[in-house]
Design a protein around this ligand. Structure first.
Ligand SMILES: Nc1nc2c(ncn2[C@@H]2O[C@H](COP(=O)(O)OP(=O)(O)OP(=O)(O)O)[C@@H](O)[C@H]2O)c(=O)[nH]1
Ligand SMILES: [Mg+2]
Length: 328
């Protein structure tokens, strides 16, 4: 899945493309190309990350049934009809309490302000609830064109969708409204075509076959965090974070990866390890499989669990997550 065209690329070249600021030759000075940044925003769990994966056509963002899965901005890139669409996945917007929550919400709004177009997701099942309402209110101050993306249409009746579309458009001038299912892909192609026609003219920012600018180490850490979210319950996922400490390509073509899972207390470390190390083993097996799939090479994944009391107040952890450390 490293390469959009489906070719097997050596990881050296995918590293080369990661973080890429290099302009592709065909994009340089090209008069007729289009390129735009589209931030996807909405309440936690509305399906922003699922949508970015559907738009890009491969998995770049982690997804879980739990709220507040995404922590930092992540870019997913799709090139369609001569237009490069750079989608920005943002953390869900909610009423922040902890320091980490505040950093996530600030980050989400920063993503919107830096974008050319804001794609606003509303969960069709939840409708314009309190969280959606607060976001619409704040969006009124955002100058960029906005499109409304009513997601999870697979879960509700058509009449419900029309009512949401009507109420949201009465609140805010959306340039377009789409009813989609990020999960089934229903309507996602229309969103892409519309955006391709509406992003500004300009050269592309990334090579055509690049699908994200996140470094592989970060993607690999995110994959492990996703598996953690899927296996652990209650507050534990929110009290943990994952960092890739070592990434080494070995002579036999395999890659050795070492990651640390930080938790806040010894009791949490025990839960992550599980009885006889069962939980960490299962998380490691799930993550290893997916990372190997991503880099198209065998992976030896070593997971360590460390207690770092109040890592949520440690600026270093924020830096590695790509978040600004809020002063309070
Ligand atoms: N039925 C249905 N479920 C969906 C759809 N889109 C997303 N989901 C599910 O909704 C849940 C949340 O999806 P995410 O993509 O992680 O949501 P998010 O908005 O990125 O969430 P945060 O990162 O926590 O803000 C997952 O269980 C998805 O499978 C959809 O169109 N239909
Ligand atoms: Mg997300």
């Amino acid at each position: 899945m490293v390469d959009r065209r489906g070719s097997r690329s050596p990881h050296a070249s995918s590293w080369g493309r990661a973080g890429g600021d290099v302009l592709p030759a065909q994009g340089r000075g090209a008069a007729r190309t289009r390129c735009g940044f589209i931030a996807l925003i909405g309440a936690p769990n509305v399906g922003k990350s699922t949508l970015i994966n559907a738009l890009v056509g491969t998995k770049v963002a982690i997804v879980s049934h739990k709220v507040q899965t995404t922590r930092a901005l992540l870019r997913g890139i799709a090139t369609v009809d001569g237009a490069q669409l750079v989608f920005i996945d943002t953390p869900g917007i909610f009423a922040p309490k902890r320091r980490l929550d505040r950093a996530m919400v600030t980050n989400a709004w920063a993503g919107v302000h830096d974008a050319d177009i804001a794609g606003v997701l509303v969960d069709a099942k939840r409708g314009l609830d309190e969280e959606a309402d607060a976001i619409l209110r704040r969006l009124a101050e955002v100058g960029q064109p906005k499109i409304l993306l009513i997601n999870k249409v697979d879960l509700v009746e058509k009449s419900t969708l029309l009512a949401i579309a009507k109420a949201a458009n009465a609140r805010l001038a959306f340039a377009a409204t789409f009813m989609i299912s990020a999960l089934t892909g229903d309507g996602v192609g229309d969103v892409k075509s519309w955006l391709a026609a509406h992003v500004p003219q300009g050269p592309w920012h990334y090579p055509e076959d690049q699908f994200t600018d996140a470094p592989l180490r970060q993607l690999a850490a995110e994959i492990t965090r996703e598996k953690l979210y899927l296996r652990l319950h209650q507050e534990l996922p929110y009290q943990s974070t994952v960092e890739t400490e070592l990434w080494k390509e070995l002579e036999d073509g395999s890659t050795r990866i070492e990651q640390t899972i930080y938790v806040e207390r010894e009791s949490q470390r025990k839960i992550v390890l599980g009885k006889g190390g069962q939980t960490i083993k299962a998380i490691g097996a799930d993550a290893r499989r997916e990372i190997a799939d991503m880099i198209e090479a065998p992976v030896h994944l070593f997971l360590f669990v460390k207690v770092r009391d109040r890592w949520g107040d440690d600026p270093d952890r924020y830096r590695s997550m790509g978040l600004e450390f809020p002063d309070e």
